[in-house]
Design a protein around this ligand. Structure first.
Ligand code: 3PG
Length: 414
């Protein structure tokens, strides 16, 4: 699939003298949230604790995002700081500023052992602009923050597939390396890659249809997967692309997420990889909270939202998954937080647990794996969703590439 990394491809905390240093750490705390702003699953927050423990003699400033502009859970980082304080047993101070005077003066006043969590970095629009790394380094945020720090650590494996400012902007300016979670993810995924055997199936679901279509194309063209099974929103986009009438509520949902343009893209991918992408045969519709199972041909006439894959699809998918040697799960099969619509996700998790190698990635599905007590039945549970599948598909992740470039520069000058 791809060349795995070797120890000195990137630096780690062990390569730095961290005592008394001011360290900027990019973390990924992006978590499922309820409409009241409560965090539904704290796995990602908890996963950075080993890094923070190893930095307790330094001044640590955390930079993170929650969701994307326009989404309901695009929120401040206040709740994340509270939960992190509980896990760390030390105060994590939330600062409602990213790089303004308040943030900068708070950083300058820090003492060893202090931890600050800055505001949602995606509140700043330049964060999400796609630009080459060299340009990211000249932006306002980087110019304002970089002089305050001695070291930059990227511990945010889960967002390292994005060439965003906070991921790649500091790497050319500050000595930089990987945090403990980043190290753990790379080691575990590399180990899985070495053991990967065919047939390999990727099961793609969740809400990020654009990412999933790209991954389906990547893994099928690189030979990283023999087959892709789709569920969730990407399944609806692919069904629409293959000419199925998925009904007005489901088309409206696709439109509201900005995915109408993905239908044409999905058509091309389906044509190019004919027979390699499994689509649902039936669906579970939500009729005032009740699960109604209908065939795919019937969906359009019922005018109800699709909230899960149907029973026939569950049986067919489970059969394929159980017989695979390697299974990668990304994203839930349906709206698993609604009672009755978690069945598809549960059954797919159960089937994947029977495969020889099984990897689950992404916030929602890994939360379900843990709720079911199935952690030990998986070869690896990644904090990354898109990042995990991109890595397994052999894609170079900009965040990791930037660490490699920085390590080479550092080692060459030693
Ligand atoms: C994730 O949840 O996969 C990461 O936090 C990245 O989020 P994004 O897909 O909104 O960039």
């Amino acid at each position: 699939m791809m060349n795995t990394l070797t120890a000195k491809d990137f630096l780690t905390i062990d390569d730095f003298d961290i005592e008394d240093r001011t360290i900027l750490v990019r973390v990924d705390l992006n978590s499922p949230m309820d409409p009241e702003g409560g965090i539904l699953d704290d796995m990602r927050i908890n996963s950075h604790i080993p890094t923070l423990r190893d930095l307790e003699n330094a001044k640590v400033v955390l930079l993170a995002h929650q969701s994307r502009p326009g989404k309901n859970d695009f929120s401040t980082m206040e709740a994340h700081a509270r939960i992190m304080s509980g896990h760390l047993d030390r105060k994590v101070t939330y600062i409602d500023d990213i790089f303004g005077t308040y943030a900068r003066s708070s950083i300058s006043a820090m003492e060893n052992g202090d931890v600050i969590l800055l505001e949602n970095v995606r509140f700043y629009s330049e964060e999400s602009l796609k630009r080459p790394v060299s340009e990211q380094q000249g932006t306002h945020m980087v110019r304002q923050l970089a002089p305050l720090f001695d070291i930059f650590l990227n511990d945010a494996f889960a967002v390292s597939h994005r060439s965003q400012l906070s991921i790649v902007g500091f790497t050319g300016l500050l000595p930089c390396g990987a945090g403990r979670l980043m190290e753990r993810e790379i080691t575990a995924l590399d180990k899985s890659l070495k053991g990967t055997e065919c047939p390999c199936i990727f099961v793609l679901g969740g809400a990020k249809a654009d990412d999933s279509i790209k991954v389906a194309e990547n893994v099928l063209s690189s030979g990283g997967a023999d087959r892709v099974l789709v569920t969730g929103v990407v399944a609806n986009v692919m069904l629409a692309a293959s000419g199925v009438d998925i009904g007005e509520p489901n088309m409206k949902f696709i439109e509201s997420q900005g995915y109408l343009g993905q239908i044409d893209k999905a058509k091309q991918v389906l044509n190019r990889f004919e027979g390699k992408i499994g689509l649902p045969r039936d669906a579970a519709l939500n009729d005032k909270g009740n699960r109604v199972n209908v065939s795919i041909e019937e969906v359009g006439s019922r005018n109800l939202p699709i909230n899960d894959i149907g029973l026939e699809t569950i049986v067919a998918y489970s059969g394929e998954i159980e017989n695979a040697k390697t299974v990668v799960l990304n994203g839930p099969a349906g709206v698993s937080e609604i009672d009755g619509f978690e069945i598809g996700t549960f059954e797919i998790i159960k089937a994947a647990a029977n495969a020889e190698y099984s990897i689950a990635g992404g916030g929602h599905i890994t939360a379900e794996v843990r709720n079911m007590g199935y952690e030990d039945k998986f070869s690896h549970i990644s904090t990354g969703g898109g990042a995990c599948i991109d890595y397994l598909a052999g894609d170079a992740l900009p965040g990791i590439e930037a660490l490699k470039v920085a390590a080479k520069k550092y080692l060459d000058t030693e």
